[in-house]
Ligand binder design. Sequence first.
Ligand SMILES: [Zn+2]
Length: 262
Amino acid sequence: MTGISFNRFVTLTPFQFTRGRCRAALMWLLVVLITSLPHRIFGASVHVLCYHTFLGKPSIYTDFSVQEFAEHIRIIRSKGYRFVTFKDMRAGTVTGDRNVLLVIDDGNISAYNAYKTVLEPHHIPAMFAIYPGIIDTRKFAMTWAQLRELKSLGNEFASHGYFHEFLNKRLKDTRPNDFEKEASLSKRLLEKELSIPIDVYVYPFGVCTTEGKELLKKNQYAYAMTIRSNPTEIPLNRNQNPLQLPRTMITRSTVRSQLQAL
Ligand SMILES: [Zn+2]
């Protein structure tokens, strides 16, 4: 009995030896995958932060001064976060969970100034969510020329409706033409003026409804963003609904805790 045991454990045949090495190699590969490439297996995430204006008016709860915005960016960078683009998110090339996408809503002229002062010097990209009803026509809004310049600097764009309406059943029932325009005319104008495809929608007021989602599908939008403070999962198909991706709205009363939580 002793001799058989000795042979079984010590004198391995070439086949047993090879099988043992294969097992060891597989174990090693598994350990490498689990320890060094977790995000390829489990995915990554991005904190999508939603800003509005940079007028320096404390009475507006979503507004910040350019200096305050610069301080937010400094804090985010000091925590080791990377600024990513929606293109990165869509391609699934984002890794880890220390990622931020900046989305600046509405197209206010102060967003252009904040970009030039705070983001451009650090080559930080942003996504501008625009409702074309005000572009080139309102003093407080950017011009198409400014938006084209932002595009040439590597920034991205999303539709934010045409006239910033609630995309809901009430609008559909009471003003069906305006309801359609929010998705179709805004897309058409942004595509024509900026010469880029637009398939991302940012819900005005974060209001996401069944009627709205149906309209976006009909108009070939692939993604839409609402307001919910959890991070966006990467690859994007890990999120519950591509037409209901989360974003964190940055406000004066919450910004301190929001930045601390990063
Ligand atoms: Zn808005």
